[in-house]
Design a protein around this ligand. Structure first.
Ligand SMILES: CC(C)(COP(=O)(O)OP(=O)(O)OC[C@H]1O[C@@H](n2cnc3c(N)ncnc32)[C@H](O)[C@@H]1OP(=O)(O)O)[C@@H](O)C(=O)NCCC(=O)NCCS
Length: 160
């Protein structure tokens, strides 16, 4: 059974482990976080994160951030982190997390949810498409990863 809930401080170890097992240059342009990097910090608090449990075990998370801190951008929330335990993929967990994040964004007053995904990350793009996100723009060759130019794809779902 898959359930979602707000993250708690005591999810720290499970979420850090998922991040550790998930990071590759195919899913993030950022350098690999050094081993032992805490999941929660000043920029990522439990209230920014929703967790999925699969049969009672923490199996993935989604992070819901704010846009630019100006009034003109207050109606937008940004889905800026999504990962599922490699042992529990293709079970619908990411889809449930994204839908939960969209519902939470709506509850917080958002009228639009945006995200960025690397062009070659076909799995994540499929998840977002299945959840109603559409491509609104492509930054061509925005990142240089392992010697290749990689597009940054901007996707969004309107809640209006
Ligand atoms: C991308 C990721 C979150 C998907 O998680 P998941 O729980 O396996 O996804 P789901 O089971 O909810 O799949 C939802 C849909 O996407 C499809 N999908 C998932 N992974 C896929 C893949 N690697 N290739 C093709 N389609 C894929 C599923 O088949 C399903 O489509 P369907 O409803 O048509 O059958 C997971 O592979 C992951 O953690 N990847 C590494 C981190 C990452 O890329 N994060 C996103 C950064 S923007």
């Amino acid at each position: 059974m898959i359930t979602t809930r707000p993250a708690r401080e005591d999810d720290e170890a499970a979420l850090a482990k998922i991040d550790e097992r998930t990071w590759t240059p195919a899913v993030s342009p950022a350098p690999a976080p050094p081993a032992g990097t805490p999941f929660f910090d000043d920029g990522t608090r439990p209230e920014d994160v929703l967790v999925a449990e699969h049969d009672g075990v923490v199996a993935g998370y989604v992070r819901l951030g704010e846009g630019f801190g100006v009034p003109a951008h207050r109606h937008v929330r940004v889905l800026d982190g999504l990962a599922v335990d490699p042992d529990r993929r293709r079970l619908g967990i990411a889809g449930r997390l994204v839908e939960a994040a969209v519902a939470e964004a709506r509850r917080r007053g958002a009228r639009k949810v945006t995200l960025r995904v690397l062009g070659p990350n076909a799995g994540a793009r499929r998840v977002y498409e299945r959840c109603g996100f559409v491509v609104e723009g492509v930054l061509r060759g925005e990142f240089r990863i392992d010697g290749a130019d990689v597009d940054d794809v901007l996707m969004a779902r309107s809640l209006a």
